[in-house]
Design a protein. Structure first.
Ligand code: GRF
Length: 219
């Protein structure tokens, strides 16, 4: 390890986010994760790959998804992770959905809840069951631009740098103590799609590391 920063080779975002490689993220015991996803599941895949590559000492016990079309479910099957579809439209209250999630996670012996593109608002039912072991990822540098249009809002605001954040979840949307962030410069030619694609590269890099860091912070 060196504390000399080579300004010529460092990537722009490394000047802002801490050099996470210098933090020891090895875990003494295997974390049992329950993942919640609504969409394409690229973050699910990044976590599953980190586990397969043995850079994250964890196991995904189960994936719960709420949208029958979610590609995340296909990815889970590829990684031999059990999946459960809980269609939120069948639950009149958010608390009912979260109660079912808790039941399934407990049945699968889950100790950490990982929201990976979960497009539902979390309630006290989930947070009370899992305390501070509920993680979320968001495509902006929180507390700027929470909500579902974080990428578009950063572009519209004209900021020059945005990024992604992994944080402990609380009852507010995209809020809670920050675990790890990565910054992404916004280019003059960016559209929401090109910018989100570059943010996702960073999401996939930091989410597995942030899970390990969270476990170090709250063993
Ligand atoms: C990510 O950009 C994440 O930050 C946000 O939803 C997106 C999910 O992407 N919460 P994917 O389904 O993991 O590809």
């Amino acid at each position: 390890m060196t504390d000399v920063v080579n300004q010529e080779t460092i990537e722009p975002w490394e000047l802002i986010s801490p050099p996470v490689e210098t933090v020891d993220l090895t875990l003494p015991q295997r974390l049992r994760l329950g993942v919640l996803a609504s969409g394409s599941g690229s973050n699910f895949a990044a976590i599953a790959q980190a586990i397969a590559a043995q850079t994250l000492n964890a196991q995904i016990q189960v994936l719960i998804y709420n949208n029958p079309q979610a590609k995340a479910a296909e990815r889970a099957t590829q990684y031999h992770v059990p999946t459960v579809l809980l269609n939120h439209r069948h639950y009149p209250h958010r608390e009912d959905l979260d109660g079912e999630i808790v039941k399934i996670f407990k049945a699968h012996n889950v100790e950490w809840v990982v929201m990976a593109g979960w497009m539902r608002i979390v309630t006290a039912v989930l947070l009370e069951a899992y305390g501070d072991r509920v993680l979320n990822i968001h495509p902006s540098l929180l507390p700027s631009f929470p909500g579902i249009h974080g990428v578009e809002q950063a572009l519209a605001a004209g900021v020059k740098i945005t990024g992604c954040t992994v944080h402990f979840a609380d009852l507010e949307v995209d809020s809670g103590p920050i675990i790890m962030q990565a910054a992404v410069p916004i280019l003059p030619t960016d559209t929401a799609e090109t910018l989100h694609a570059r943010i996702q590269i960073q999401e996939h890099r930091i989410y597995p590391q942030a899970i390990a860091l969270a476990a170090k912070l709250k063993p």
